[in-house]
Write a protein that binds this ligand. Sequence first.
Ligand code: GSH
Length: 211
Amino acid sequence: MTDLPRLFGADYSVYVRIVRLVLAEKGVACERVPVDVFAEEGLPPGYLARHPFGRIPAFEHDGFRLYETGAITRYVDEAFDGPALQPVDPRRRARMNQLIGIADAYAYPALVWGVYVERVEKPARGGIADEAAVDAALATARLCIGALAEVMGDGPWLAGAALSLADLHVAPMIDYFVKAPEGAALLGDVPALADWWSRLAGRPSMTLRAG
Ligand SMILES: N[C@@H](CCC(=O)N[C@@H](CS)C(=O)NCC(=O)O)C(=O)O
C-alpha cells in the first residue's frame, strides 16, 4: 500500500494552506505533521534536513522529499489523479505561472505582512501598526490587485475557464488581506477580482480550516 503523502507545517501558514487547497481540490488525503516555524523552542530536531531554509511547508511522498510550494503543488497535480489544475495551452499555462510569480514576489509580502499582519495581527497582540509600512504595502497591494485582474482576462478563474494552481496560490493571501478593512475596500474597487473572490471563497476546499 502506498503511504499517504505527508505535509509538514502549521494551519496559520499561507503556503501550507496553498498545498492543502491543492490536495483538497485533487481529492488527495494527506498526513499532517505539525511544524511551527515561530515556536519559541525553535524548529523540531531534524527539520532543517527537510527544509534547509527552515520554512514551511515541506512535503514527502513515498520517500520523495520536496520543499517550495510551487514545486509541491505542481508535483501533486501531476502525480495524482483528480481534476487537472494546470492549463494545457502553453500561453494559458504561462499566465498561470505568471500569476503565481506575482503572488510570491509581490503579493505575499505586501498583502499578508504589510497589510494583514501590520493592521490586524499586530494590534490583536497588543502592538501598534506601523502606518508608514501599511501605506507603503497598500500601494504595492493596489498594484498587485490591478496586475492580477489584468492578467486574469475574462475569467471566470485566474488562468481562464478552469480552476488552476494560480487560484489556489493566490487565495490564502487574499483571505488574510480582506480581513483588513483597507484590503476589503481595495478588492471591492476591482469588480472582476471581487467576483472571482466570491466564487472561490465559496468552494468546499476553502472552508477547510484545520486538520
Ligand atoms: N518559498 C517558500 C516560502 C514559504 C514561506 O515563506 N513560509 C512561511 C510561512 S507562510 C515561513 O515558513 N515563514 C517562516 C520565516 O519566515 O522564518 C515556499 O514557496 O514554500
